[in-house]
Design a protein around this ligand. Sequence first.
Ligand SMILES: Cc1ncc(COP(=O)(O)O)c(C=O)c1O
Length: 403
Amino acid sequence: MGGVGAQAACRGLSASGRPGRAGRVQTARMPHLHPRAAAQESVFARMSRLAAQRGAVNLGQGFPSAAPPEFLLGAARGALGRFDQYAPPAGLPALRDALGADLGVDGADVTVTCGATEALHLLTLALAGPGDEVLMLEPVFDVYLPQVALAGARGVTVPMTLDPARGWQFDLGALAAAVTPRTRALLLNSPFNPTGTVFTDAELAGIVALARQHDLWIVSDEVYDELYFGPRPTSLRSLAPERTFTVGSAGKRLEATGWRVGWIVAPPGQTPGVLGLRQVTSFSAPAPLQAAVAAALPAARESGFYAGLRETYGARMTRLAAGLRALGATVFEPRGTYFLTALHPTWTAEGLIDSGVAVIPGEAFYAQHAAPAGLTRWAFCKSDADLDVALARLSQADQTVRL
Ligand SMILES: Cc1ncc(COP(=O)(O)O)c(C=O)c1O
């Protein structure tokens, strides 16, 4: 690069001699990115980056510190060299069949995606557009609102309430009151990140009645379907198969979040609509990893892998919760997911990372309502050693009155 433009840009001027915005290279002929490209680094990515840079224990982003199970890794090794070209957009037939068998649905209703994130993106595109509203609860998983906005629709959130004595509370009446003639879909998550809520059958029945009354689609994000600490969560699909799209994630189930294999189970007859869009987003998910997940799903069931995860994570949740309570936090133990939420009057994510522990600030899950003061989210899908080091650091910081 050289010439007037380069020199001017170095001085903070554009090639036309107009001042450029501080720190940006600007030339007369440069087009502008669309405003939607002004997206910031997500707080999840930021906290992981800061944790790596500063040697903090990462209890922020929800990925396990353990390696995936050998039955999954071995299947992937065997698939490389055999499944190396495009998979069909709907997914490898073996994986659609395996998911059908695992979830008790017809494999023809399954679409394999690049993680649950792409599944959610496809569904918002398929279900809503300009003038439409998609209703969801707040705190809200960070991709929901931007994805609805990308579809040209409006996301509307209804707050859960946080009662220090009773924990997170869901109000069906508030959800019903937020339905308008423009509402097209309810986007729900159970087990719920970050609250850990697992909706009861009575709550799910109320949600289904609401959806039927107003003829709404339901998108049920069930990526933590195997991570629960009480009764097994009921899938909304079983209550309203005609209108529920279920979203799942092999990354969450099989401890391989980097593999980017997820899925949609569509109501009977609705898969072609999803598939049309799926061909122009990423076309298909990585073929060898799909083959590995297809082999691993029955192996996970037969070996009791999910029950083992629940046992391990249940113990870690108890360990972390006890440690945080000892430091004065009010802890809300989840019924599902691998996150717990806590309230502490003086803790902030910035302060905690100074003490050597990365967590997610409560505000990361709020866009339309105020986050409860002092709310943080803690991932316990980490090793016992990580949890112990984190608690020891917090305890030490507490004694030196830095927290
Ligand atoms: C509620 C929820 N939905 C979807 C996702 C995305 O899952 P995936 O990694 O399969 O894209 C996550 C990831 O943390 C999540 O917590």
